[in-house]
Write a protein that binds this ligand. Structure first.
Ligand SMILES: [Zn+2]
Length: 230
């Protein structure tokens, strides 16, 4: 079964593209560094759910969304750091971000995410989630932007385009949504639903370390295309 369309030569082409854009970004920031102490872009990578809130669950493997969100976030962090970006994670492990004493844990968790984002004062926020739907045939990675910030549609679509080019069955169009994190922060933000845990074939991909790594490289390429167009 062909589970992933990135062949070695296309991956090489992709990486050459990444290196070229990185060079542009590096030159831009070498120039910026002479006038600003902030020499690099900062990205907050937000792994959704955690603690008692596992999110969606894989039908076959029973893997939790919170676990996969963290795996994708850690891989994307490594790639971003490899190319000189400063990365702040909202969640670094499987623990929830809420206070143990909070009566409303969801609210406490969301406030903590916002506090981390505000402290980091990043250039970009990327929230990572896995999708699920009652119809098991639903599939495809999709990028969302805040309905309160339609100005970020272009950024979301750039990342969606990167996914469309390299990831099987990715949805074609980025969509607006009312997800709390991306709607609450004024910072350019996207939420990426990496695939459907309710679809057995997509679940098999999402739990694969290799696929996670490839997916995060494509995601990173989309993020770079956003920075290079600014
Ligand atoms: Zn989720």
């Amino acid at each position: 079964m062909k589970i992933f369309t990135i062949k070695k030569h296309t991956m090489c082409v992709l990486l050459v593209g990444v290196i070229l854009i990185c060079s542009i970004v590096g030159v831009c920031y070498a120039v910026k560094a002479t006038t600003s102490p902030k020499a690099l872009y900062t990205i907050v990578i937000d792994a959704g759910h955690g603690g008692h809130d596992g999110g969606a669950v894989g039908r076959t493997t029973e893997v939790t969304e919170s676990y996969l969100n963290l795996q994708f976030a850690l891989k994307l962090k490594s790639i971003c750091e490899e190319y000189g970006f400063n990365v702040v994670l909202t969640r670094k492990d499987m623990n929830g971000l809420y206070s143990a004493f909070a009566t409303n844990k969801k609210r406490s968790e969301m406030e903590k995410r916002m506090e981390i984002i505000e402290d980091a004062n990043p250039d970009l926020v990327v929230s990572i989630h896995m999708n699920s739907f009652s119809n098991t045939s639903a599939r495809g990675a999709q990028v969302f932007y805040a309905e309160t910030h339609p100005e970020y549609e272009e950024f979301a679509q750039k990342v969606q385009d990167a996914l469309n080019a390299k990831i099987d069955n990715a949805k074609k169009t980025a969509k607006s949504s009312d997800f709390y994190v991306i709607n609450t922060t004024p910072i350019p933000s996207i939420l990426v639903e990496c695939g459907f845990l309710s679809n057995p074939e997509e679940e098999a991909l999402l739990v694969s370390e290799e696929y996670q790594k490839d997916f995060c490289y494509v995601l990173f390429y989309g993020i770079l295309s956003y920075f290079s167009a600014r």
